[in-house]
Design a protein around this ligand. Sequence first.
Ligand SMILES: Cc1cc2nc3c(=O)[nH]c(=O)nc-3n(C[C@H](O)[C@H](O)[C@H](O)COP(=O)(O)O)c2cc1C
Ligand code: SF4
Ligand code: FES
Length: 596
Amino acid sequence: MELSRATLERIEQERSRYPNPRGALIEALHLARAETGTLTMEVAAQIAARFDMRPGEVAEVASFYSLLTLPPARAVLQVCTGLPCCLRGARSIVEELEGRLGIRAGTATPDGRFAIAEVECLGSCATAPVMQVNLNSYLENTTAQFAASLCDSPEAALAARRPAPIISCVPQGIDAYLLPPSGERFTTLEAYRRHGGYQAILGAAQMSPAELRKLVEESGLRGRGGAGFVTGRKWAFMPPKDGGPRYLAVNADESEPGTFKDRQILERNPHLLLEGILIAGHGIEADAAYIYVRGEYVDAFASLRGAIAEAYGAGICGPRALGLERRFDVYVQRGAGAYICGEETGMLESMEGKKGQPRKRPPFPALHGLWGRPTTVNNVETLSHLPAIVVRGAGWFRQQGAPNSAGHTLFGVSGQVRRPGVYELPLGIGLRELIYQHAGGPMEGRAVKAVIPGGVSMPVLRADQIEVAMAHDALAGAGTMLGTGGVIVMDDRTCMVRAALVVARFFEHESCGQCTQCREGTGWITKILRRLEAGQGTIADLDTIKDCCSYMDGKCICALADGAAWSARAFLTQFRDEFEQHISWRRCPLDGSFRA
Ligand SMILES: Cc1cc2nc3c(=O)[nH]c(=O)nc-3n(C[C@H](O)[C@H](O)[C@H](O)COP(=O)(O)O)c2cc1C
Ligand code: SF4
Ligand code: FES
């Protein structure tokens, strides 16, 4: 199929936006797929001609990304089957669709009208179960009845909308600086300025880059992308200027089940992120920022693009950027459905129009980053703390949180609680208080059984361990980590083997396959957990899981393998009795558990 002139023109426009046109490849593939429904070799050849590539190379890149390889159909009904969505009934949605359409998930109807796809976390875990039709806005808090209504016709499915509830909350008494007050959105420049926006960059510009780096280091700000690295120290790794370009790479890929906080900033306070980007751009003396937004975040992408356009229009970015008084450009790129592109070097590869496979380090991005140039990678939320640090000072910021864990953070709470949502609170708040006081505690008549404190990579805690502060050191003392601050709560109905299986399935799906231990280990763990859950496991299987974990943990190119190992090992050691019961009873002992 020939691509239309309109699509080719849009691809050309995208290419011309980038100093290095290959940066537009993933966007070009999105545009081509939107027109043709499927990326055949014929389509790949047309794109290859425009990017000076071979058709096979283009096809290889496309094959890496879930959104570019969805089953071809007019309406692809995607159902999130990440852990928080499964805990709230995602399986019944998939079954309803399968029953109505007479096909299995992962396939399309013979007439090409519908397809069903099970997808990994959509980054909206507080409104589980979540669906998305093609690349339209999310359908949140779905029910089997609503899913059935999508099957009337592809047109009805494509037109379906559901009110998106505001799930981010500023609890009473909290002097919030990340989220607008509950219910409000500061999406326009005018609204952001009315609330004091774009004053901090003027203050930051009064400092030299070295002074600014010192301020950020003194504030104690630690990265909110999961690893918790001290931001000021990371900035100091950037080498002295050599006359060539330097970059800030902004990680808005947010894809780990249980993590859905950056989306709140992107959709409700995008200028805050832009101001943080300008401040960081000054601190690391960057010439441009590239923001990588996961492809499924259509509304967040639109909100961010709108904010960037406004910022260019007002001279905040561009030839004489506000405060910087020099050129500073901001680009925004869309991902295409791959969790591994959130790993910083996987993201850089994807930004360069390649498969998002993490790089071996050294060299680290500070020396050899985007397009081989010095680059700092920071998370959306990390950057959004900077305006408050500049205006209110490092001392004030340190006082907000706990020792070694300064500032507020956006805690996402999902799973089996009454009020799932994103809560802006100081680091150091008690996990029990977060679950019971803010998120309303478990449902009527239920008790908490297990909690994952920071996205599914982090080791699970038992209910008797939740008297712990949500801070880096305290959680390390409890044998787990803060991660992304995405808390997943499981109640006493939940089967721990099944929960471990859903998480393992995610890692198996998302492993990029470069390292044998990760590729094979995630697959083995999933297969064994499936066997245990079906009542066909043996005690030797438990040892094999542990062996797989020890081959993966700390022995692969990136930390995806570590997270997969930490998760499986923790479920097994924390709930060993339940695993053994599955073996001795030869079935799952929890009849009322969620379905995986
Ligand atoms: C498998 C994997 C996925 C990741 N996904 C994300 C992500 O979606 N967003 C993010 O900011 N960091 C993610 N990270 C962490 C990044 O590699 C990196 O540490 C982070 O973006 C740095 O920003 P920060 O220092 O501001 O936290 C991921 C790491 C791994 C290993
Ligand atoms: S650890 Fe896994 S995801 Fe990371 S590079 Fe190796 S195979 Fe890829
Ligand atoms: S949106 Fe479904 S698990 Fe996150």
